[in-house]
Design a protein around this ligand. Structure first.
Ligand code: ZN
Length: 161
């Protein structure tokens, strides 16, 4: 079965930066399960997986515009320290915050007496990334998955959110 829109695809992956340093991998845990064609993964990876079958391996380099987007300097913001409550803030630290657009990851840049400079760009924004992936399963999505816009696990049972 080939990977195309409305298939559920299971795959292991590893992501590397341009210097070959591994940033992230699924190999030490469960494979990723996605609904193909629903924007669950970055466009560059989706394109590389299209038409593949279980057992296929891909190795693709993806530009920022097809990955997590370019960095946006407007996403560097100065916010009141009290917004973080009693959290101990350290430059370089990543943390999840609630915003009007939902949960969002930010990176702490600088901690002042009363304000904190934070970067709301995705940690991988602006980076060219190399993905190695191995397709381990392809199946038809069910109607519920297509309606929800995501996969419900490798075997189609259960509902993980
Ligand atoms: Zn669902």
């Amino acid at each position: 079965m080939n990977i195309e829109k409305n298939k559920v695809v299971t795959f292991h992956y590893a992501v590397f930066d341009v210097d070959g340093n591994q940033i992230e991998t699924s190999r030490n845990g469960d494979a990723l399960v996605i609904l193909f064609g629903a924007g669950n993964i970055i466009p560059g990876l989706e394109r590389a997986l299209e038409g593949k079958v279980a057992g296929d391996k891909i190795d693709v380099t993806v530009e920022p515009s097809d990955a997590y987007g370019e960095r946006d300097e407007a996403m560097i913001q100065r916010v009141p320290k009290k917004r973080f409550g009693n959290a101990k803030l350290v430059p370089g630290q990543s943390l999840m915050v609630q915003t009007q657009q939902g949960p969002r990851m930010l990176t702490v840049l600088k901690v002042g007496m009363s304000v904190v400079d934070v970067d709301l760009n995705h940690p991988m924004a602006g980076k060219t990334l190399r993905f190695e992936a191995e397709v381990t399963g392809v199946r038809d999505a069910n109607e519920e998955e297509i309606a929800h816009g995501h996969a419900h696990g490798a075997d189609g049972h259960g509902h993980e959110h």
